[in-house]
Write a protein that binds this ligand. Sequence first.
Ligand code: ATP
Ligand code: MG
Length: 404
Amino acid sequence: MYNAKVLFFTMYLIILFSKTGINETRYSFLVEWYDDLASITRKFCLRYFISNNTVELVELKNGKTFLKRIKCDGVTLKSIYLGSTLNIFSRQMKITDYGDDFTRESFSQVTQRTYGMLKPESVPHLGKILDEIYARGFKVTNAKMCQMSEDNAKEFYKEHEERTFFPTLVRHMSSAPVVALELMGKDAIKSWRREIGPTDVEQAKDEAPNSLRALYGLNKTQNGFHGSDSPESAERELEIFFPSKVPSRRSIPRSTATFENSTCCVILPHVVEEGHLGRIISEFQNSSFEISAMRMFYLNKTDVQEFYEVYEGVIPEHNGMVGQLMSGPSVALEIKHPSCKSQEEIVSKFRLLVGPSDPEIARELRPQSIRAKYGATKVKNAVHCTDLPEDGSLEVEYFFKILE
Ligand code: ATP
Ligand code: MG
């Protein structure tokens, strides 16, 4: 009888706690949102409850609840990390800090950042390599194809200034475009070094045949990849390629966009989030299209509205498209093809590969097209590509001149 009473009371407590959420895992972050109407940055405490993927926002200034606990499309454990931008009911909120020690301890190791780089010899295999990077457990949180000047390369590798191989290394690094990456993952700094393998490619082939340097490296200097060797180097190197402050003009490795006989492609946030970035770029490269520029963007509402202005009032999905493009990171590409000698040719050739804008129709008519394979709906249709020949270089300019 006594045991039954204890059992009953324990069950009562479990039910009570699960209803009131006392034993519920809850993460807490500080977030900022630029309020256009009031022209001020407002700061909040965001709480995220993992049991049912709900969020709650409390304004820091007055302690008032700004958003009652609710499920919010696109806010998941995968999208929440320091530095990420969340789309909470059309408001772009940037996570600026942890809200408590529990959250800091839970997240800081699993969401460590490192600087990874594809050296010139790896860039032709960009799609395949990005796919490998995701498969090996990393998330790409920033990316940019760029051309390093000799000065950029000297600055980047200044610790090796006295070494005999330094001039060869500097010449090589500034000889052709590289791809700069911010990678996030559990113990990212160490694990990225492990995945790229030993510096010497021959040694990599012997000791770590599955490492990226063994697979893609050519020799001691052209070993395919770079990886930061400590948290301090990661911070310094990320700042060179993805500056948080406005740097002096000379110090940023420049974009590789050519604005000539090219078309524009934007890989939409839903496919980036699903981890298909590498696969889609591989499809382009396998069809002999060249990626002559690439950059990841976290676009805000104003940028997206400006970019999609021509579709406003013309396409019923316009609002949905704006919402999708600002919902997370997207990747803009400048695309070329060796056989296309004019903008007309490249715009129409690339549109064929991308397929009809409605993925359902694409699956019927062009099952091998990108939208047939990776699109879900008219709004989540995998990629945007330039429609009209005269817009090809304008759209490329929008991303690689205006937004840069
Ligand atoms: P990285 O810094 O590029 O990630 P790492 O840390 O494995 O590579 P480091 O010793 O820092 O190797 O050397 C920097 C780069 O200089 C190497 O990646 C390689 O391109 C080049 N390098 C290093 N040692 C030699 C060498 N003995 N001969 C030619 N090139 C070299
Ligand atoms: Mg090094």
